[in-house]
Design a protein around this ligand. Structure first.
Ligand code: G3P
Length: 225
């Protein structure tokens, strides 16, 4: 499973990128709004310079024409831009045009499997089912990932399942078990991916034992050493 970072914050992207496992970045209007006053296109350019993999840029237009106009602006920023379109009728009309031109497209706000089937038919590069937001309404989000995986495997669709709205390490493990192609991860969840209390306790124990042994050695008379 590939990892994208779900943020528009440059410090977070630089930090996470040092791990060597960041395959791309996803942004959205809310994440950009968190970055107080930054210019969206300028920020996308900076992100694309740090991460060579796909960087999703989301349109805010409501019609196909508005979406395509924004898409043209985004696609002019860098070769690794993926245009993020909503899973709506206007969104799929824009998808048809962009996929026809060979552009990378990420279909966002996917909450049911038919949306995923339709956009795969139209050649979307990624589909983003929102796991956490389904969990929030008591509809287990992983069921949607499983259902899309089954449908895509039945027909050999190449569209990549990009598990989004990820809230925990458990979400990542479940998405990987089901076979999501990518998970987009908020920095806080990314930074916690290696955490286990027994790892910390075990490491502390090893270090303590090591230092105790070193100290005992240093206290032996020189001829014994
Ligand atoms: O990329 C968008 C998606 O990951 C949103 O997550 O936590 O706002 O539901 P969240």
């Amino acid at each position: 499973m590939k990892f994208f970072l779900d943020t528009a914050n440059l410090d977070e992207i630089r930090q996470a990128n040092e791990w060597g496992i960041v395959d791309g970045v996803t942004t959205n209007p809310t994440l950009i709004a968190h970055e107080k006053g930054v210019d969206y296109c300028q920020r996308l350019k900076e992100i694309c310079q740090i991460v060579p993999g796909p960087v999703s840029a989301e349109v805010v237009g409501e019609t196909k024409e508005q979406m395509l106009k924004e898409a043209d602006r985004f696609l002019g920023i860098a070769r690794n831009i993926a245009v993020k379109l909503p899973a709506t009728e206007q969104g799929i009309r824009a998808l048809k045009v962009l996929a026809g031109r060979g552009a990378m497209v990420n279909i966002t706000l996917c909450f049911q499997a038919m949306q995923a089937l339709v956009v795969a038919r139209l050649g979307a590069t990624f589909v983003s089912p929102f796991v956490g937001r389904l969990d929030d309404i008591e509809d287990p989000g992983m069921n949607l990932i499983r259902s899309i995986r089954t449908i895509y495997d039945n027909y050999g669709f190449k569209t990549q399942i990009l598990a989004a709205s990820i809230r925990s390490t458990m979400h990542l493990i479940q998405a990987a078990e089901i076979g999501a192609d990518v998970a987009t991860v908020p920095y806080k969840v990314f930074a916690g991916m290696l955490k286990h209390p027994l790892t910390d306790i075990g490491l502390r124990q090893f270090m303590d034992d090591w230092h105790k042994a070193q100290q005992a050695m240093s206290q032996l008379p020189p001829n014994v050493v």
